[in-house]
Design a protein around this ligand. Structure first.
Ligand code: GLA
Ligand code: ZN
Length: 683
């Protein structure tokens, strides 16, 4: 696949870190040694300038680029590229004091003092203007610099709300654009409830959780406003340096931004991953991290992404953060590559001496030496990535998609329903994902707007909020031969949180061949059971437990494959399948134990003939991923358990790093990883 602006970026696997050079300007000996250490660690990129506004513009309108010139030149001399940041994430104190309107206002209408970072109002014209000025200056100065590889726009945009007058006015304009007039808004929001009808836009204040539709639109607005701010920032870079690719670093998805919209405007997806290894079952943490990597690859429909931040050691803000056991750093780094990252970068290169993050892990610690376990781990990863550069054009083919939709997540969060304490939407999506991950297949993580036609199986748990357009897309997918699975708490409301009458939207009701009547919710102490029907088409046997939610449904055209086996609803359908067009649509009524999901999805995969062609079977805790192009296939085997594990292959492969033949039985050390390769046409 060709992505013109990212061709140079993807010519090798990137390895590097956030480099806060500006913190060490009075220690030239340290700075000089950094470049020696970077070469030793096989680093080829550094993210620079992220929090440097106070040095770049020490006084309003007075710029000092001297130190950054020196840094960029030194990077180029050492053959290291720069992911050059715009500094908007942390305005200098003089700016916040000179222009109070740039500081956020909290929900009590109190303007916040200058503190921490990411503390500014997305709407403030003055802030946007100041950012545009410095971004333009950076772009003009460095767009032809040989070190410049990538724009790192700002840092981790968030969705903290600002309740200033400027933001409210912008929100009212946003609502006007969405609804046209107040009558339509009042209808969409069902605002006659509790006498909330609005008679002017100015009366609308996004502070009322009892108005779910209002809060949902406020969340959408904040996300759109962050995107609008990002686009304003990126504008100067695009104009002056159109050939330089541009990214911004995303976080885990549940931060209240619709990253799918951002994805349309960045050239490459980049994200910051901080898993909590060695705290719970590492196989679960591995699965969770895989889910996030797959989501980030899916944002741009399979294009390689960048793991742009990860810790080489501990993470200081997590309360508890364990040291990585031997093998873990390489395993976590290769996991990102296995799922489509074209690089591994760290926060941060060198530990700061002071400030909030002085005890965060770094490649070079306060010991100031290369003779550390962490430095050796990092260098090993660097040397592996250097040898794997042929992998950059490969991609992951994903026949399965898990639908995890952010707007749906926001709607679920605001909904007051029975069992509210147990919603756990993202976790539920991950549990369904986990049942597929165990098979070593490519999985995309998509949203409700994604085109479903590339997939064989689409699973959409708890799709509470469903637009008529998405429901129609699902019907079309199933009619065309797709396998669709959904669960309790799906298809209940439209995008304004208005409940559908007469059961589901008609398209969904036809597709599933059922309608839903009631929802039971259970306490943490309670469980129920379901039992497989004799001779069911998935070959399920025996009974399974469920907890939290049990929806009571009736079949219309669907077949029952399992029924409730407890409570007054024993005998009601617990798992159904409906043949629709040339596809099938399954419905799972209760929240079941994982074993049920594993059995159901194994059977669905078997029947659809979907399996990893290079492996016989995977032990629990071991994951397999294939990256391939027309010439080669790379098989990553990743052991997230603390025991040695064996994996039997279906073909004779080679070690991707040494080219040695591997035989058919691969032994992985505890937390071990292996990269194997084969021609694309073997097996
Ligand atoms: C985030 C930020 C970094 C740093 C790290 C620490 O990802 O982008 O600046 O604070 O967290 O984990
Ligand atoms: Zn504001």
């Amino acid at each position: 696949m060709a992505y013109p602006r990212t061709q140079k970026l993807f010519s090798k696997l990137l390895h590097g870190a956030d480099y806060n050079y500006e913190q060490w300007l009075d220690s030239p000996d340290i700075l000089a040694d950094d470049f020696r250490l970077m070469r030793l660690a096989h680093c080829n990129v550094m993210s620079v300038g992220i929090f440097s506004w106070a040095l770049l513009e020490p006084q309003n309108g007075h710029f000092d680029f001297g130190w950054l010139d020196q840094l960029m030149d030194q990077l180029a001399e050492n053959n290291i590229s720069a992911a050059l940041a715009t500094p908007s994430a942390a305005p200098p104190a003089w700016l916040s004091h000179a222009y109070p309107e740039t500081r956020r206002v909290n929900v009590q209408k109190i303007r916040q003092p200058h503190q921490r970072r990411q503390n500014f109002c997305y709407t403030s014209p003055i802030y946007r203007d100041k950012v545009a000025t410095i971004n333009r200056a950076l772009a003009e100065r460095y767009h032809n610099h040989p070190a410049l590889l990538l724009w790192h726009v700002s840092n981790e945009y968030g969705s903290s709300a600002c309740h200033c007058d400027l933001c409210y006015a912008a929100f009212h304009r946003w609502l006007e654009a969405r609804y046209g007039d107040l009558d339509s808004l009042n209808r969409a929001w069902w605002s006659t409830f509790w006498s909330h009808r609005y008679t002017s836009w100015e009366q609308i204040e996004p502070i009322d959780p009892s108005m779910q539709a209002l809060m949902l639109d406020w969340q959408r607005f904040i996300s759109d406003q962050a995107l609008d701010f990002f686009l304003a920032e990126a504008n100067a870079l695009r104009q002056i340096a159109p050939e330089i690719p541009l990214t911004t670093n995303f976080m885990q998805p549940d931060v209240g931004l619709d990253y799918w919209r951002f994805a349309e405007y960045v050239d490459v997806i980049a994200w910051d991953s901080y898993p909590r290894w060695h705290q719970d079952d590492d196989a679960i943490t591995g699965m969770r991290t895989a889910f996030y990597h797959d989501l980030h690859r899916s944002y741009k429909h399979g294009q390689p992404f960048l793991l742009i931040e990860s810790t080489p050691s501990v993470t200081n803000w997590q309360g508890v953060s364990r040291l990585k056991k031997p093998g873990m750093h390489k395993l976590a780094s290769l996991q990102a590559v296995a799922h489509g990252s074209n690089g591994v970068q760290y926060f941060q290169w060198r530990q700061s001496r002071g400030g909030e993050e002085k005890f965060h892990g770094a490649v070079v610690t306060h010991l100031n030496s290369e003779n550390t376990r962490v430095f050796r781990d990092v260098s090993e990863v660097g040397s592996i990535l250097e040898k794997l550069s042929d992998i950059t054009p490969t991609s992951i083919s994903a026949p399965i998609a898990i639908m995890y939709d952010f707007e749906n997540e926001w709607a679920i969060q605001y909904a007051q329903l029975s069992g509210s304490v147990h919603k756990n939407y993202q976790e539920t999506c991950r549990r369904h994902y986990g049942a597929f991950w165990r098979h070593g297949l490519g999985i995309d993580v998509i949203n409700a707007r994604t085109d479903l036609t590339p997939y064989r199986v689409v699973v959409a748990p708890m799709l509470y909020s469903l637009s008529l357009e998405s429901a129609a897309r699902i019907e079309e997918f199933v009619r065309g031969g797709g396998i669709f699975v959904t669960t309790y708490l799906s298809g209940l409301v439209n995008e304004s949180d208005l409940c559908y009458l007469n059961g589901y939207p008609p398209t969904l009701r036809r597709t599933l061949g059922i309608y839903s009547e009631e929802l039971d919710s259970l306490t943490d102490q309670q469980q129920g059971s379901i039992i497989a029907c004799a001779g069911n088409s998935l070959g399920l046997q025996g009974s399974y437990q469920f907890h939290h939610y049990a929806e009571l449904i009736h079949t219309e055209s669907a077949q029952v494959l399992a029924s409730y086996n407890s409570d007054f609803y024993a005998g009601y359908p617990a798992l159904t399948v409906n043949a629709h067009g040339s596809g099938q649509a399954y419905f799972i009524s209760p929240r079941t134990e994982d074993r049920f999901l594993q059995d159901v999805y194994s059977s669905i995969l078997n029947r659809a003939g979907l399996h990893n062609p290079l492996i016989k079977a995977l032990p629990v805790g071991v994951s397999a991923q294939i990256r391939s192009d027309q010439d080669r296939r790379y098989l990553f085997l990743l052991n997230f358990s603390d025991q040695p594990q064996q994996v039997e292959l279906t073909a004779d492969l080679h070690d991707a790093l040494t080219a040695a033949p591997t035989g058919r039985m691969i032994t992985l050390l505890p937390y071990g990883s292996s990269i194997l390769t084969t021609n694309a046409d073997s097996t």
